[in-house]
Structures are given as C-alpha cells and as structure tokens.
Write a protein that binds this ligand. Sequence first.
Ligand code: BEZ
Ligand code: FE
Length: 299
Amino acid sequence: MDQAEGTISNAARDLSNEDLTRAVFASFGNSTSERFQQIMQSLVKHLHAFVSDVQLSEEEWFKGIDFLTRTGHITDEKRQEFILLSDILGVSMLVISMNNQKPAGATEATVFGPFFVEESPRFANGDDLANGAPGEPCFMQGQVHSITGEPIPDARLEIWHADEQGFYDVQYKDLTQARCRGHLFSDKAGHYSFWTVRPEAYPIPDDGPVGDLLHAAKRSPMRPAHVHFMVKAAGYQSLITHVFAAGDQYLDSDAVFAVRSSLIAGLEYHKPGTAPDGREMNTPFYTMSYNIVLVPALE
Ligand code: BEZ
Ligand code: FE
C-alpha cells in the first residue's frame, strides 16, 4: 500500500448506487452552516431520486448539461435566463407564495419578472405614464390602505407594464426613454391614479433555451395582460405584485403560474366622453380600479 492510498478512507469505494447516494449525502454532513447542510443534503437526495426515477441515459444527462450551459451563455446583465427557467418551472411562484403568506384581505404577492428598471421617472397622481407608447388610453386608480382599512398616504408605487404590442420599453432596441413605467406616491387619503395605455398579453422571451423547453412541451409562452406594482410604505411590508386584466384569454394558462384570482381587476371599455378624472376623451378609453392592501411590518 503506498502512503497516499493509506491516508484515504476506503468508505467511498466500490459503491452500489444506493451507497453512492448515501456517500454524497454524508459528504455534506460536516458543513460550515446547518442550513447549507440541510439544503445540500436534500438536493442530493432529490436529485439522485430523480435520476433513478427516470433512469437517465448518458445522452440525456449530456443534453441536460448542454441546456444549462446554453442557459448560462445567454444570460447577461439584461437577460436572466435562469430566473426565466425558475419562472416556467413554477419555482419562482412557489418561493414567493411560501414566503409571502398574508392575512385574509391583504393584496397577494406574485412574480417580479425581468423588466423592472431602477430609477424610473417620477409622476404626480393623474399624470400619463405612457409617454407615447402605442395603445388605447387607460385610466387606473385605487386606494392604498391597511388590512384594517386605514388609508396609507405617501406609499411609493412603482408601476411598469407592456404596451399594445406586448412589449416593455426596455425591449425596444432604440428607445432610450421610459414608457408605461414610472413611480408616484399615494395622496393624503391613500389614493393613487394615472393614465397609461391598456396593458396587453405578451409572450415571455422564448428565443433561448427556455423557449426550446416550452416548445418541446408544446407549452404557450403567453402571459395574461397585467400591470406590475411594487409598493413601499413606512411601517408596512413591501409588496411586489401585478394587477391582471379581467377577461384575458390567458388567465388560466399563464406561462409562469403567477395568477391569483384576488389580483384580477375589471378592464372597462368606455365610449368617448368624460373620464373619471374629468378629462374629456374624444377616443374610446378604458378604466381599471384596484385597491392595494398592505400588511403592517414585522416588529
Ligand atoms: C413579467 O411579468 O414581466 C415576466 C414574469 C416572468 C417571466 C417573464 C416576464
Ligand atoms: Fe410583466
């Protein structure tokens, strides 16, 4: 026996498939943090069970590696294909749901998505966020209040959504200005309001490896029309959510499983005439109304 061999335990040699799983599990048994150990051991257990369950071939294993490699290569500071993968596998929504259990009546959280931009333009209540985006005018309003009904003034509402073409401003190559995007603050009575264009349903980016996965599964990349909100107010838990347009054909087949019934609001059509803020409209327009209910911050 040479010296090197003599120092190595032979406990991890000639392993049966079951013993291999046990050995990898045990290899994380002395980790630097208990939580890390728990996560890694559970991952090993479930990953090995999956490989055995489907009796993964070497060719299939390599295809999986190639898929993850392509997912990494297409990811950059503008495109996060791993989050998209998590979204279409329902992992994002599961994590959000588990970590955002709220009392009855509170506005539910849903996925963040990849199209948020820091430092959006500031608007006053009643302003038009569309900034020339294609689409039919839409007036949106509501009140920010607590679960016990008190109005919440000065809540910061970040708003972003897709236009009539189903695109966010950041998806237009030559557009340098924000469109259908901005932030404003609720007034003394907690009310907020803004003009924009009617949000439209759109496909999530499906020209990369995640798109290949969707196409192989004959799954639709479509998301129902929605407006994103991120709401922050002193003394309350922050909220990241969407308000979905009632009647959208994709409400029950959202590519990222993010629809909650409580987040659906009517999108009402109006003939030309007086809008709720007194504006005289000489074209048809839409209105949407949604109250945002926040939960007090944890002590
Ligand atoms: C979005 O709503 O912006 C979105 C969410 C998940 C994946 C892609 C887009
Ligand atoms: Fe979106």
